[in-house]
Design a binder for this molecule. Structure first.
Ligand code: ADP
Ligand code: MG
Length: 688
C-alpha cells in the first residue's frame, strides 16, 4: 500500500512525469506534498450570473454545456476546443487552445464552473483558457478559494492541486500525531481536516483554524525537541564551582570602570548556576556595547581558580574577536597565569605572549596546563581533548546545538561542561524564553554609564564632500574612522559599493596624505590580525572594511562609522555596525550613504536615525523583512519551519507550555502514542 512516506511517483503518473520539478520544490513523498502549502489564495468563491459579467474582471460562473467541438488549427498546429454554455441569464463561449484532453473530460449537458476574465466578442462573453471544474466533482480550480503554490519547471498549478487532492486521501487514513488532550483543549481541527482546509478551504474561518493548527504542530515539535534536549543534559554531571569571591572582587576593583547593575546581576546568575553539579545552559543577551565580555571573562576566571584546576574554552565567530578576548583576558589575570592562557585558530597558535607550535598547544590543553583556551569554532571541531573542560563560552552565537554539546562531552569523558552563550541579537525576553525553550536567559539592558549614543545621519550624496571634511577634523583630534562597504570587489550588475574601489578612492583622491587600512574576509588571518592590532594601537586613522567588523570588534577610540550602500543591510546589522562606535565617553557618529535606495529603504534607514534601541529595531526588521534578517543566515530551529514564524508569539508560548507538560508530567508520559512521537523527535534531534 502507498504510505505518505513512499516516493511521490507512485501517487499518479503526473507525479512520475514531473518528479524532477517536484523534487526542486522539496517534494519527494506524499507528506512533503501535503506540507507544500499555498502562499496565497485567489478568491473565486463568488458565483456570478452571466448577465452580471464585466469585461476583464476575474469572475466565476456556473453554466451548462450546450455545445462542444474540438478542431485542429492547421496554421498553428494545435487543437482548439470551443464550448457554448449558458445559465438562466445568458450564453457564453469558452475556448481552450492546445488542451485536446478537455473534450474527453467535458461533455454536452455537463454542468461546470468556469473562472476567468471574459471579453465581449460577437455579442457573447468569451472566456479564453478559463479554469474549470465539473459541478459534480469537488472543485479544485474554480468557484472557491483557489490555492496558489510556488512551483517549478513545467509543473502547473492545476497539476499540483490535483496531486494534492489525491494525496489528501492518505492523510485521511492517518492517525493524528498530536495528543488528543491538546486537540480537545485547544479545539484544534484534526490533521486531515487541517491539511484539507489549508489547501482547499471552504471559507476564511476554516482556513484560519487550519493554519493555526499546522503552525502549532510545527512549533510543538520544535519545543518538544528543546525540552527533550534540556531533559537530556540536566541528567548529566558537570563540575560544581565554588564562588571565588575574593579573587573576583580584586579583579573587579581594578577594572578601569564600575560594573553596571545589570552586569552584576547577570554575573551572579551565572555564578549561582556554576555552583551546581548540573550543567548550566545560559544565554546572555545584551545590546551591542552593553559589556557582555567582562561578565563572561569573570565567569571564566572563577572556573580556573577552582582547586581542581579546571579548564575553560572561549569561542568567537571570527579570528579578530577571539584575538581581542585573548588580549583582554591576559590583561586581567596576574602574570603567573600568562602561561596558562592559549590562543588557537587555523593558522596562529599562542601560549601566553609567544607564538607556539600547534602540537605543543594541543598537548598542553590535553595535560591540563593550559587552563583558558581562546579561539574560533575550530576549537571544538579539531581533534582536541581536554583534561577538565568545565566551562565553554560562546560569543555571538544564538544557540548552541545538541550536536556540539555532544562533541564537547566526548572531549571530556564523564563530565559535561557548563555552557554560556553571549548574543547581541535583541529578541524580546518572552520571545527568547519560548524560542530557546532549553536555555536560561540573562539580559543586560542598561549600557555602561557615561556613554553618549552615536548620532546617526542619512547623508545625501551632495554632502559627501562635507562628510569627508568632517572625518578629517576627527582624525586631527586623533580619533579613528570605520568605512563599511557591502562587497569586496566591484560588481557592475548590482551597483553597490565595494571595499576595494572605495579604498582606492579614499587612498588616492580623498586622503592621499593618510594611511588607510583595508580589511575583508579574503585576507589571511595573520594579515587581519596585524591590521587590527595596528588599528587598535591607533597606528592609522581609517579602516575600510566589509561586514567582517560587524560583530564584537572593540576599538574605543573609533568615533565615526561611515556606511556605504546602507540599504543593502538589515536594520539589526546596521545597528551592530553602529555599535562599533560610541564605546567611550566621546561623542560619536554613524553616517549612512545609499547608492540606490527606494522610498521603502529610505524609510527603513530613517528608522535607524531615530532609534538607538536594538530591541525596537529588531522588531521593525521582523515586520519589514522577516525573521531571516535577525538571524542572518545562521541556522536556527525556526529556519526549518514551513508555516509558523517568529511573530506567532502566542502559539509559541502555547506550544512550549504543552511540550513541558507532555515531557515532564507523569500522566502523559505513560501514553503509548506519545512515547512513540517523542522517541521519533529524539532521534530527529540527534540527527540534526
Ligand atoms: P558587547 O556587549 O557588545 O560584547 P563589550 O563587552 O565588547 O560589549 O564592551 C564594550 C566596551 O565597554 C568595552 O570596551 C568594555 O571594556 C567596556 N565596558 C564594559 N563594561 C563597562 C562598564 N560597566 N562601564 C564602562 N565601560 C564598560
Ligand atoms: Mg561582544
Amino acid at each position: 500500500m502507498l504510505s505518505p512516506e513512499n516516493n511521490i511517483i507512485s501517487l499518479h503518473k503526473i507525479a512520475k512525469e514531473k518528479r524532477k520539478d517536484l523534487a526542486k520544490i522539496g517534494i519527494k513523498n506524499v507528506t512533503d506534498l501535503l506540507w507544500h502549502f499555498p502562499f496565497r489564495y485567489d478568491d473565486l468563491s463568488e458565483i456570478k450570473d452571466v448577465s452580471a459579467l464585466e469585461a476583464n474582471v476575474l469572475s466565476t460562473i456556473r453554466v451548462k454545456i450546450l455545445n462542444l467541438k474540438t478542431i485542429r488549427s492547421w496554421k498553428r498546429k494545435i487543437s482548439i476546443t470551443e464550448v457554448l454554455a449558458s445559465d438562466s441569464q445568458g450564453q457564453i463561449k469558452a475556448i481552450w487552445f492546445g488542451q485536446k484532453f478537455i473534450s474527453q473530460i467535458l461533455k454536452i449537458g455537463d454542468e461546470i464552473f468556469l473562472s476567468g476574465k471574459p471579453t465581449w466578442q460577437n455579442n457573447l462573453w468569451n472566456f479564453s483558457n478559463p479554469s474549470y471544474d465539473k459541478v459534480k466533482t469537488i472543485n479544485l480550480h474554480s468557484a472557491r478559494l483557489v490555492p496558489i503554490y510556488h512551483t517549478s519547471g513545467s509543473l502547473t498549478q492545476k497539476q499540483l492541486r490535483f496531486l494534492i487532492s489525491l494525496g489528501l486521501k492518505f492523510a485521511h487514513t492517518q492517525d493524528d500525531p498530536l495528543p488528543v488532550e491538546i486537540l480537545n483543549t485547544e479545539k484544534f481541527p484534526w490533521l486531515y481536516e487541517s491539511l484539507k482546509n489549508i489547501h482547499f478551504p471552504n471559507d476564511a474561518t476554516d482556513l484560519k483554524l487550519a493554519t493555526e493548527r499546522l503552525k502549532f504542530q510545527e512549533l510543538f515539535y520544535l519545543q518538544c525537541k528543546y525540552q527533550l534536549a534540556k531533559q537530556d543534559y540536566t541528567q548529566q554531571d558537570a563540575w560544581p564551582m565554588n564562588i571565588q569571591e575574593k579573587t573576583l572582587q580584586t579583579i573587579i576593583k581594578n577594572l578601569p570602570f564600575k560594573l553596571s547593575n545589570d552586569q552584576n546581576t547577570v554575573l551572579k546568575e551565572i555564578l549561582l548556576d556554576l555552583e551546581k553539579d548540573q550543567p548550566m545552559n545560559r544565554l546572555v543577551e545584551g545590546d551591542v556595547g552593553s559589556g557582555k565580555t567582562i561578565v563572561a571573562i569573570l565567569a571564566a576566571i572563577n572556573a580556573i581558580h577552582q582547586k581542581e584546576k579546571l579548564q575553560v574554552a572561549i569561542m568567537a565567530p571570527t579570528e579578530i574577536l577571539a584575538w581581542q578576548h585573548f588580549i583582554n583576558i591576559k590583561k586581567l589575570l596576574p602574570k603567573n597565569y600568562t602561561n596558562k592562557i592559549g590562543f588557537l585558530s587555523k593558522d596562529s597558535h599562542y601560549l601566553g605572549d609567544q607564538s607556539f607550535d600547534k602540537k605543543e598547544i594541543i598537548e598542553n590543553i590535553q595535560n591540563g596546563s593550559i587552563q583558558i583556551i581562546i579561539g574560533t569554532h575550530s576549537l571544538i571541531q579539531d581533534k582536541i581533548n581536554f583534561k577538565k573542560l568545565s566551562l565553554v563560552v560562546i560569543d555571538e552565537q544564538h544557540r548552541f546545538g545538541v550536536k556540539q554539546r555532544q562533541a564537547l562531552k566526548q572531549k571530556n569523558k564523564n563530565k559535561v561542561p557548563h555552557l554560556l552563550s553571549l548574543t547581541a541579537t535583541p529578541i524580546p525576553r518572552t520571545l527568547a524564553l519560548t524560542l530557546y525553550g532549553d536555555l536560561d536567559i540573562s539580559i543586560i539592558k542598561e549600557k555602561p554609564q557615561g556613554r553618549i549614543a552615536p548620532k546617526t545621519l542619512l547623508v545625501p550624496e551632495k554632502k559627501r564632500v562635507g562628510a569627508y571634511q568632517f572625518l578629517r577634523e576627527k582624525i586631527k583630534a586623533k580619533q579613528q574612522i570605520f568605512v563599511v562597504c557591502p562587497l569586496i570587489e566591484e560588481n557592475d550588475t548590482l551597483g553597490f559599493k565595494s571595499v576595494q574601489a572605495e579604498y582606492k578612492k579614499l587612498n588616492e583622491n580623498i586622503f592621499p596624505d593618510l594611511e588607510i587600512g583595508l580589511l575583508h574576509g579574503k585576507l589571511k588571518n595573520v594579515e587581519k590580525e596585524s591590521l587590527m592590532r595596528r588599528f587598535q594601537n591607533n597606528e592609522f586613522p581609517i579602516l575600510v572594511s566589509t561586514s567582517v567588523i560587524e560583530v564584537g570588534v572593540d576599538i574605543p577610540n573609533a568615533t565615526v562609522i561611515l556606511i556605504e550602500s546602507a540599504e543593502r543591510f538589515g536594520l539589526s546589522q546596521l545597528h551592530q555596525f553602529r555599535g562599533r562606535v560610541g564605546r567611550n565617553s566621546l561623542p560619536s557618529w554613524c553616517l549612512l550613504f545609499t547608492s540606490q535606495a527606494d522610498k521603502q529603504n529610505t524609510a527603513r534607514l530613517k528608522a535607524l536615525t531615530q532609534s538607538n534601541n536594538g530591541f525596537e529595531l529588531a522588531e521593525l526588521d521582523l515586520q519589514l523583512r522577516g525573521s531571516g534578517e535577525i538571524f542572518g543566515t545562521k541556522q536556527t530551529g525556526l529556519m526549518q519551519l514551513k508555516i509558523a514564524t517568529l511573530n506567532d508569539t502566542e502559539l509559541i508560548k502555547k506550544a512550549q507550555m504543552w511540550a513541558k507538560k507532555i515531557i515532564f508530567e507523569e500522566k502523559y508520559l505513560s501514553k503509548q502514542p506519545l512515547q512513540k512521537l517523542l522517541a521519533e523527535l529524539k532521534t530527529e534531534m540527534h540527527l540534526e
